[in-house]
Write a protein that binds this ligand. Structure first.
Ligand code: TLP
Length: 343
């Protein structure tokens, strides 16, 4: 199978499995797992944040952040295609008791500007308006096609938000991909946010885990909420050991995934009925519209599966994600098979 459904499907490398087998462990609920502690210290150092918390998933990291930054009855602002809004099963309303005010970015890459955010805010409004409590950004923007937001763009939003006492949370599930594409450090890209979540288990290849980072007090409180949500893990150094390799080694090769994604985008852009601006593909995600092919996206995905290629369909589009288990040969095969299906 050539599995292009997501970079979440990556399997741990031999090096990760060895480190997992040999990991020193302790009870992390008591804060006594040395490998988890090392991972948290290392992540905080790399991101230039005071502290970090190892979470079971990106969703949990995001939801703890939303909970801690807001009060029930408030609104959070997020781009219309944002993951926290669409793919976390309404958790902001369940966990934090907040509503979501989504804003559609004019740019189809999903990146919001302050001019788009500002009219959606409820600040200093009459008491019966629902007050804004948080702005959530996403970098890379998954359903914006893996698009990237520069430190300047984030900085502008952060500066304006802070002038209004509004915190900013960054869903940086794939922030290392953004850093690679922009040739920028993750520290710089997450400087302008009060908290950031990134995933070890996507393109970085760890089997499980995400990190939530922020100020020391925020992370102490996040530890309480992680446990409350059932995310207190015990001898979890076996997972943190893989996470340490993901954090320090895997970013070095992400450019290969980006090259493969570009190759794939250029290949499919030439196929009849497919619409994608290949030159806009910046990281490891490509999303293309198939409405002019005469087939639905679901039909195409079924036919791809018969050819041992997996992709995800939604609406009129198909998403394909490159990762280290996909080679440039696999990309060529995918383009060839897709061409046959569309003929
Ligand atoms: N994204 C998954 C699916 O849920 C869509 C994927 O295959 O891309 N933030 C962003 C931007 C994400 O893309 C994801 C996962 C998450 C958060 C949640 O991470 P997990 O799956 O660890 O809860």
């Amino acid at each position: 199978m050539i599995d292009l459904r997501s970079d979440t499907i990556t399997k741990p490398t031999a090096e990760m499995r060895k480190a997992m087998a040999e990991a020193e462990v302790g009870d992390d609920v008591y804060g006594e797992d040395p490998t988890v502690n090392l991972l948290q210290e290392k992540a905080a150092e790399i991101f230039g944040k005071e502290a970090a918390l190892f979470c079971p998933s990106g969703s949990m990291g995001n939801q703890i952040a939303v909970k801690l930054h807001t009060k029930p009855g408030e609104e959070i602002i997020i781009e219309e295609r944002g993951h926290i809004f669409n793919y976390e099963m309404g958790a902001p309303s369940v966990v934090a008791g907040v509503m979501i005010r989504s804003v559609k970015a004019a740019n189809d890459n999903g990146m919001l500007t302050w001019d788009e955010i500002e009219p959606a805010l409820h600040i200093n409004q009459p008491y019966y308006a629902c007050p804004t409590g948080l702005i959530c950004l996403e970098n890379t923007h998954n359903f914006g096609g893996g698009s990237v937001m520069s430190a300047e763009q984030t900085g502008e939003i952060y500066k304006r938000a802070h002038a209004l006492d509004l915190p900013v949370h960054l869903d940086g599930a794939r922030i290392f991909n953004a850093a690679t594409a922009l040739n920028e450090s993750v520290k710089e890209l997450s400087r302008h946010c009060d908290s950031v979540q990134f995933c070890l288990s996507k393109g970085l290849g760890a089997p499980v885990g995400s990190m939530l980072l922020g100020e020391k007090d925020f992370i102490e409180e996040a530890r309480v909420w992680r446990k409350r949500l059932g995310g207190g893990m015990r001898q979890v150094g076996i997972l943190a050991a893989a996470g340490l390799i993901a954090l320090t080694e895997s970013p070095k090769r992400l450019h290969v995934d980006h090259e493969n994604a570009r190759l794939l985008a250029e290949g499919v852009a030439n196929l009849k009925g497919i619409s994608i601006a290949a030159e806009k593909v910046q990281t490891n995600i490509i999303i293309f519209d198939v409405s002019e092919t005469g087939k639905t996206s679901a039909e195409i995905c079924v036919q791809l599966k018969e050819q041992k290629i997996l992709a995800i369909s939604f609406g009129n589009s198909i998403r394909m994600v490159t990762h280290y288990d996909v080679s440039s040969e696999d990309i060529k095969t995918t383009i060839k098979k897709l061409k046959q299906i569309l003929q």
